[in-house]
Design a protein around this ligand. Structure first.
Ligand SMILES: [Fe+2]
Length: 256
């Protein structure tokens, strides 16, 4: 894998931990980014197959929201039959090496937080590496890059970059919506003296939560609280998502 040339740089008048929450919550895509999704649907994306999702506590504050299924990671589909054929051939090659079940997981999505402020988002037809810099309690700066396979076919690379620029960054169809939403939240918190916490309780009353709940975000906050106060984090008994059971197989001997 390689980091591609070019950087997205932007800022928000919001606390950096809200962007951590935003980077890995599984539900705001549908509402906050409806404008993008309508465009993608108009260009041929099929959102009828809802993915299976889970959130996971990876320990030491590291968390992930993951899905299996979905369509091109919610990005725009290949623009013509030639690119689609290359796309399908790449997947077929991977399935030959790793089996369809594992590749089904590979072609899902991942929103990963490496505690505390590094985010890797495998979504929208590509992988974004995002560094969040907390400049002030109410102001953050972001640097972001695209991560891609070395030696990728030129047309597949072009599709990847098209999705990167169409969704992400200050000129994308999604990031400005996130900026606006988080700055609105920051202003609202500022009007509530004594308000100390984000409400991250979604899914706490469920026996088994999903990636659309907030179990994994609470895991981030538990570790943060432990570091700030010295109070040992208490694991949750309810609202814990079930893990995905499929594991990475050894590559088939024929492809090695
Ligand atoms: Fe967003």
């Amino acid at each position: 894998m390689e980091i591609l040339h070019g950087t997205h740089e932007y800022s928000m008048r919001a606390n950096w931990k809200m962007l951590v929450e935003n980077s890995t919550d599984g539900y705001h895509l549908m509402s906050t980014h409806q404008r993008y999704l309508e465009m993608a649907k108009a260009s041929g994306a099929d959102f009828t197959a809802m993915p299976s999702t889970r959130g996971a506590d990876l320990g030491n504050g590291h968390i992930v929201a993951e899905s299996r299924g979905g369509c091109y990671g919610v990005g725009r589909p290949p623009p013509n039959d030639d690119v689609r054929a290359k796309w399908d051939a790449r997947r077929a090659e991977l399935e030959q090496r790793y089996g369809a079940e594992w590749v089904g997981r590979m072609y899902g999505t991942r929103n990963l937080v490496i505690f505390p402020n590094l985010v890797i988002i495998d979504l929208i037809g590509g992988i974004v590496v995002r560094k969040i810099d907390p400049v002030r309690p109410d102001y953050l700066e972001v640097s972001a890059w695209e991560l891609a396979p070395v030696g990728e076919d030129a047309e597949l690379r072009s599709l990847r970059l098209d999705n990167f620029l169409t969704f992400w960054g200050p000129g994308g169809m999604a990031t400005p919506d996130d900026v606006e939403a988080l700055e609105c939240c920051q202003r609202s918190f500022a009007t509530l003296p004594g308000s100390r916490w984000s409400d991250i309780s979604r899914g706490m009353s469920r026996d088994v939560a999903t990636g659309f709940d907030e179990y994994h975000i609470r895991s981030f906050w538990r570790h943060w609280n432990e570091l700030m106060t010295g109070e040992p984090a208490v694991p949750e008994e309810h609202g814990v998502p079930e893990p995905f059971t499929v594991q990475r197989p050894e590559p088939s001997a024929a492809s090695v």
